[in-house]
Design a protein around this ligand. Structure first.
Ligand code: GCV
Length: 687
């Protein structure tokens, strides 16, 4: 009786989002009957293999127990061997790093999960539970899956003091102060969530790294974390500051060709591997935004990366970021990474991966794919996505990012394959959006971006709509109409943000520093490429950055096939128009409208999409638990207000340059341009 009360109480508990997509909400009706048939009342989950299980197999069994119990409302599931009608885990009990592909198949009355490593079975369990959550009939389950790429990792921009650079979900989840003695339960829950997606690497600290995070006291903390994450198949990586030999090593140089410097890194790597034998390796941001690097000594990126690669040897990987830009290159920031890295193709050691952002500037709401993809056939390139939405309204605007990543991954490079194909030998990294907020991501819908990143890193061919649907079912509801509504909202959400923030290929129009809200009028910051004016180049005549041969010629960094298509403002995909072309405001577009009219339409489309999302969400009142329904309602209200702010402030500014009237059906900005320019936000989140 008491137990019954407790369970009833637990199920009535308000949902706060902590369980992410791993809620395993109880099935009902036929779906419940089918799973009850699978391990009906009094039934047990079986496992082949010896009694002594690896920690990974223990985690797999535990997950299966919890998942099936919750899905079937049966809290009494337990493990036993040899029974009929159960889920069988058919994997070696020992850790195998190599093959993590699995199959999940109905086998008579049983379901058999097979793989050649214990991690394969853990992944298979998560896949089975996902299918069951999606109400797939157990007897029809027939999946064989393996990851498309070896590295599927999160990059945390978390600082040791608990502040997260570009983090919008509270403080850092890593409690460095109390580690190694205290390991927060969140660290296990985090690993479990990652494992459910197949994420297998985590860089625990900001790429703007502090050298002291390489000291022995930190290595002890990493060991504790790595030990906790190992059962979930997660290897730990650390961002390093290139000048560490000087900062903490007592040397007077960090020159990568200096034998003393090389010896220092060798000893440092050995120290790491002595504590953490499966340590993943180092991530480096060098000679970018003030970070030290090999160029400080007249050396190249490959000199720097290869020095670290030698220290690590075949024990791990050096991931070297291609996100570089400097004040000297004033012609076009979008060209710099290609210019610095492509000539080094073939010069990086085998255990070096060059990590490239999805687009050539910086995680804008829309960018064309980065021209480095396809241009370095002899270098392993990894795809860097930003899950945290630095430029898409933080956690207060809803934008499902899978369609954006899909747009880039599926794009042909014109150099022998799509972007996804170019990164298959290396992998994908996502800048994490996690924080100490109870819902992990700052908003319920932002959890979907973590989920989508993991799913795409496992299989970049998964359609974003499928990802949205499976996430919705696991996270919110199995009610068919509600699912359709939510998926529709998600699928248009990013395009809505592009509409009201940066339509038709515009970029980098946000306010300085904190990167929130519009400020296209900012033109006087000391470095040219800090200014929105540098990117939009708007004047009385027109708007857009000429990147054709008559301008910066960034277009020539793309394969001819692509460049030819994008060279003509009339034939280029209009979504990239002003990225590559400076177009007169009054130019007649193939649509028959002027550029000015097209631009205004895009702003209005963005705003009305958000209004539609808010309306649809209101209609879902009965389908979603009240706590989460209310939280999303409130976020959407913020987004509606701020979409108008973006639209109105932008239009007011463009009008101040072009002097053009607004067509009759276009609502004038609510306030004057001066009022928008004069706004200050001492209370703004971010940095
Ligand atoms: C970690 C952008 C962000 C920075 C970030 C940088 C990077 O410039 O605004 O906060 O620094 O990208 O990717 O290194």
């Amino acid at each position: 009786m008491i137990l019954g009360c407790l369970l009833a109480d637990a199920s009535a508990k308000a949902e706060d989002g902590y369980d992410l997509w791993l809620r395993y909400a109880p099935l009902e009706g036929e779906a419940l009957d089918r799973i009850a048939g699978l391990h009906g009342p009094g039934a047990v989950i079986s496992s082949d293999g010896p009694a002594e299980a690896s920690a990974t197999m223990e985690a797999a069994r535990r997950e299966l127990g919890v998942g099936l119990a919750r899905l079937s409302r049966n809290s009494t599931s337990r493990l036993r061997s040899g029974a009929k009608g159960y889920v069988k885990l058919d994997c070696p009990e020992s850790r195998g790093d190599g093959d993590v592909g699995y199959s999940v198949r109905a086998d008579g009355a049983d379901i058999r999960i097979r793989g050649s490593s214990d991690l394969a079975c853990l992944y298979g369990v998560f896949a089975l539970l996902r299918e069951l959550s999606l109400e797939v009939d157990p007897v029809r389950i027939d999946i064989a899956s393996e990851p498309a790429m070896p590295l599927r990792m999160l990059n945390h921009w978390d600082n040791p003091d608990g502040h997260v650079e570009r983090g919008y979900a509270g403080r850092s989840i890593f409690d460095w102060w109390h580690l190694p003695e205290r390991l927060d339960q969140r660290m296990i829950d985090y690993a479990r969530a990652n494992a459910s997606l197949g994420i297998n690497g985590v860089v625990v600290n900001n790429v703007n790294a502090r050298a002291f995070m390489l000291e022995p006291r930190y290595i002890a903390k990493y060991k504790r974390l790595a030990d906790a994450w190992r059962p979930y198949g997660i290897r730990l990586y650390v961002s390093v500051r290139f000048s560490a030999p000087k900062d903490i090593g007592g040397l007077d140089s960090a020159d990568p060709l200096d034998p003393e410097v090389r010896a220092w890194w060798q000893a440092k790597a050995d120290e790491f591997y002595a504590a953490v034998p499966d340590f993943g390796g180092f991530l480096v941001k060098a000679n970018s935004e003030g970070q030290p690097g090999p160029q400080d000594y007249g050396r190249s990126h490959s000199d720097g990366a290869n020095m670290l690669a030698e220290a690590i040897g075949n024990r791990g990987t050096v991931i070297w970021r291609a996100f570089v830009y400097s004040a000297e290159d004033e012609t076009d920031r979008a060209k710099q990474a290609y210019g610095e890295f492509v000539p080094l193709d073939g010069q990086f050691a085998d255990n070096v991966i060059v990590q490239v952002k999805n687009g050539p500037i910086d995680f804008q709401p829309r960018e064309p794919f980065h021209p480095m993809f396809g241009a370095m056939p002899n270098t392993k390139l990894m795809f860097e996505a930003q899950i945290t939405k630095e430029y898409l309204g933080f956690a207060s605007h809803s934008a499902f990012l899978a369609p954006m990543w899909e747009e880039v991954l599926d794009h042909g490079t014109g150099r022998g394959g799509t972007v996804a194909e170019m990164v298959l030998p290396a992998g994908m990294a996502g800048v994490a959006n996690t924080g100490s907020d109870r819902n992990w991501s700052g908003s319920h819908f932002d959890q979907a971006n973590w989920y989508a990143f993991g799913r795409l890193a496992w299989d970049p061919e998964l359609p974003s709509e499928q990802i949205a649907r499976e996430w919705t079912v696991q996270t919110f509801t199995r009610e068919p109409e509600a699912i359709e509504k939510i998926v529709r909202m998600m699928m248009r959400s990013r395009e809505a943000v592009v509409g009201y923030m940066t339509p038709l290929g515009l970029a980098h129009l946000m306010d300085t520093g904190h990167h929130y809200g519009p400020a296209p009028w900012v033109c006087d910051l000391p470095r040219p490429e800090w200014n929105p004016c540098y990117y939009h180049r708007a004047d009385a005549e027109g708007i857009g950055f000429d990147r054709t041969a008559s301008g910066s010629d960034a277009l020539s960094q793309y394969a001819d096939r692509i460049a030819n298509r994008w060279d003509d403002p009339d034939t280029i995909d209009p979504r990239f128009l002003l990225w590559f072309h400076h177009v007169p405001w009054t130019a007649e577009r193939p649509s028959g409208l002027s550029l000015w009219e097209e631009l205004l339409n895009e702003y209005d489309r963005g705003v009305s999409e958000v209004d539609a999302m808010a309306r649809e969400w209101t209609d879902l009142f009965d389908a979603i638990d009240p706590q989460r329904h209310r939280a999303v309602t409130e976020s959407l209200a913020i987004q509606q207000r701020e979409a108008r702010w973006w639209r109105d402030a932008s239009i007011a500014y463009w009008q101040s340059l072009n002097g053009l009237p607004l067509p009759e059906n276009v609502r004038p900005p609510a306030e004057s341009l001066d009022a928008y320019i004069g706004r200050t936000f001492p209370e703004a989140p971010g940095q």
